[in-house]
Design a protein. Structure first.
Length: 97
């Protein structure tokens, strides 16, 4: 039993030393943005314009950029036509009291 515990400790120590000697490298980002990243959401500000003026110009809506997802061609569903999925039939069982 003592030999097993001693070999376990030796193995753990070797594993710890092996992991601690791995060189650590910093992550250096060369690209500030990926090439398919969307551009700014708001229209570019005019000289001397603050965020309030920008939002007033767009009626308080922050529009997405034009190139968010060029593959998305399906239009949004019409308003007020959300389908209602009824719950499963419960065999008309009254609730327990």
């Amino acid at each position: 039993m003592r030999t097993l515990a001693l070999s376990f400790c030796a193995l753990s120590l070797c594993a710890l030393l092996a992991v601690s000697t791995v060189p650590v490298q910093a992550q250096i980002g060369t690209d500030p943005r990926p090439p398919n990243a969307p551009g700014p959401a708001l229209p570019p500000p005019q000289p001397g314009e603050n965020l309030t003026d920008q939002l007033n110009r767009t009626d308080g809506v922050i529009p997405p950029t034009r190139n968010v997802d060029p593959g998305m061609t399906h239009p949004a569903p019409p308003v007020g036509t959300t389908p209602v999925i009824p719950p499963p039939d419960l065999n008309d069982t009254p609730p327990r009291q």
